[in-house]
Ligand binder design. Structure first.
Ligand SMILES: Cc1cc2nc3c(=O)[nH]c(=O)nc-3n(C[C@H](O)[C@H](O)[C@H](O)COP(=O)(O)O)c2cc1C
Length: 178
């Protein structure tokens, strides 16, 4: 199995963090450095990230993700990547055919996954959070109303090193070779 395959299998949504183990700032920077290599339409790179490290802010951000009784485990996360959607400058030829943001969500999905893989490579656990109180998060992090918040990623050292097996559709069900 390749190193990449092993990394992909090891990355899993972590819902139990070691609250006593802070994350080295440099590791978070390396995650961003790896994720910014993500490909994007016309190399538009329609992303930016608010990295939450401050303990007081962490608690507030965690609270803003506690929707419908979910995500409460993230009170033990030691960082959050809050991934924002930026304006995508497409090539003029393409821009006249499509809305500037037409590819942005796909680009952002790839970027967010790259963040989680990069974190895994640093020994960090992550969980992508799609459910959160957007107005609250805007207020906490000074994010303007006009700027879409794409996703929140909880980060921390996993409390346990158990790797679950993946539940995924089989290759046959998701592909065909011609
Ligand atoms: C867009 C998106 C939103 C998600 N939102 C949440 C969430 O709000 N809370 C949560 O605990 N997990 C969330 N997840 C994690 C998924 O449940 C998880 O990725 C999926 O079940 C596969 O499991 P794995 O990540 O462990 O391989 C989200 C994942 C994605 C990609």
């Amino acid at each position: 199995m390749s190193d990449f395959q092993q990394l992909v299998l090891k990355r899993q949504s972590c819902r139990d963090y070691d609250a006593d183990k802070p994350i080295e700032h440099d590791k978070l920077v390396r995650c961003l450095d790896a994720a910014r290599q993500t490909p994007s339409a016309c190399n538009s790179q329609p992303w930016s990230v608010v990295v939450v490290e401050d303990p007081a802010k962490l608690a507030e951000v965690a609270k803003a993700t506690h929707q419908l009784g979910l995500n409460e485990y993230d009170v033990k996360a030691r960082a959050f990547f809050v991934v924002l959607e930026e304006y995508a400058q497409l090539m003029p030829k393409i821009a006249c055919l499509a809305d500037s943001q037409v590819f942005a969500k796909g680009d952002l999905g790839a970027f967010t996954y790259a963040l989680t893989l990069a974190a895994e490579a640093e020994g960090l656990g992550t969980c992508i959070l799609g459910l959160f109180d957007r107005p609250k998060l805007r207020e906490l992090l000074d994010i303007p109303k006009s700027q879409p918040i794409f996703m929140v990623v909880a980060v921390g050292y996993p409390a346990k090193d158990t790797v679950r097996s993946k539940v995924r559709k089989p290759i046959d069900a998701i592909s065909r070779f011609v």
